[in-house]
Design a protein around this ligand. Structure first.
Ligand code: ADP
Ligand code: MG
Length: 361
């Protein structure tokens, strides 16, 4: 069972949106998931239209009039996706835990008896109090959402200090990964921030980027996950990619390549790949800090896979593409532009030009 906290003491950076939609995407990928709403504001519970009389408060509190087990409060959301809801009473837990011995271990003990789940996702409150410490202590991994436009290193550093403290004082190792949220690919500022986040976190940055998408806001008012609201929107696709990224970490590469399934997979990939043509995109920009390529072949997505690597003056990357005609643009230090070396282009709806490439068999 993988236990992952979604934490950042900053409010409004996308914790709850990530907790809900990552949980449902993992469930869509066949994983059995429990989302634990640990925030007294109960945004995850409300966002899923669950208003329960009983909550995580009844499980954690020693003085609750009605003491319940975790299993007793769990509510089915959809398919393989369950929720342990929160409500306003959880707000009293900070005070109660302050006076208790072993207060950091309460959630660890509660989750240690839980069976039948592949993933537990914990939505943390926007502070570094005892509830968040409990979540960190119970988790093997933490996802730290950072909002691309309002990224502040200071806040994240404080959280990483706390993770380090849990590691040293409570003798518990946790891996943390930063997730870029609310990325607006129309703004140059977003790319500047993305570069800064990449420099600061390097190996601890998740490859998936969550773009700004209004459907992620609208689905909350509807009390549903984004995939149930509009499974084709960008928000649903981004969280699906995030689930896939986490799932690929489940097995170490060695285990994957020796399993019988993998031999079969290799065959399938081989058959598919023979129709794909390795296509290089390159851009000369010695002074640039970052270059991405986005086109209809990658759904105009900006993420780690669309970033070009610098080699001398030239930036380049390869995509395996089916034969066909594709439109694309480069994003150089956040500025969208056509390929200056390619005369073939077409006007797009914004009045700019998309470059055109033809991939031949
Ligand atoms: N990728 C996104 N695109 C658009 N709006 C978003 C996105 N992620 C979150 N939001 C909105 O931003 C607000 C804060 O997000 P939320 O997930 O509640 O943050 P937190 O739990 O960290 O306080 C909410 O109104 C949410 O609907
Ligand atoms: Mg929240």
């Amino acid at each position: 069972m993988r236990i992952i906290s979604i934490a950042n003491q900053k409010g409004g950076c996308g914790k709850t949106t990530t907790a809900i939609n990552l949980s449902s995407s993992l469930a869509l990928n066949g994983r059995k998931v429990l989302l634990v709403d640990l925030d007294p504001q109960a945004h995850a519970s409300l966002g899923l239209n669950v208003q329960s009389q009983h909550s995580i408060y009844n499980v954690i509190s020693r003085i609750a009039p009605r003491k319940l087990s975790l299993e007793q409060i769990i509510v089915r959301v959809q398919g393989q996706f369950d929720l342990a809801p929160s409500n306003v009473l959880s707000g009293t837990l900070e005070q109660e835990l302050a006076d208790e011995i072993g207060r950091e271990l309460k959630l660890t003990t509660i989750l240690s008896g839980l069976k039948g789940y592949d993933y537990v996702i914990i939505d943390c409150p926007p502070n570094l109090g005892f509830l968040t410490i409990n979540a960190l202590r119970a988790s093997s991994e933490v996802i730290i959402p950072v909002e691309a436009s309002r990224f502040s290193m200071q806040g994240v550093e404080r959280l990483i200090d706390i993770i380090q403290l849990v590691k040293d004082r409570l003798n518990h190792a946790i891996e943390y990964r930063v997730l870029v949220t609310m990325f607006d690919s129309r703004l140059r500022h977003s790319f500047d921030m993305l570069e800064k986040i990449r420099t600061d976190f390097a190996r601890n940055l998740l490859g998936t980027i969550i773009h700004v998408n209004v459907k992620l806001k609208e689905c909350v008012a509807n009390g549903s996950t984004v995939d149930a609201f509009d499974k084709y929107c960008r928000g649903a696709k981004d969280y699906y990619s995030l689930a896939k990224e986490l799932i690929t970490m489940e097995k170490k590469p060695a285990e994957v390549s020796f399993s019988p399934l993998s031999t079969q997979m290799k065959q399938v990939v081989k058959e598919k790949v023979k129709d794909l043509i390795s296509t290089t995109f390159s851009f000369v920009a010695p002074e640039a800090q970052s270059v991405y390529v986005a086109g209809d072949f990658n759904n105009w997505y900006i993420d780690e896979s669309s970033r070009l690597q610098k080699n001398g003056d030239r930036w380049q990357t390869k995509f395996d593409l089916k034969p066909g005609v594709y439109q694309y643009r480069f994003i150089v230090d956040g500025q969208w532009q056509e390929d200056p070396r390619n005369p073939r282009c077409i006007k797009n709806i914004f009045g700019d030009s998309n470059s055109i490439i033809e991939v031949k068999a």
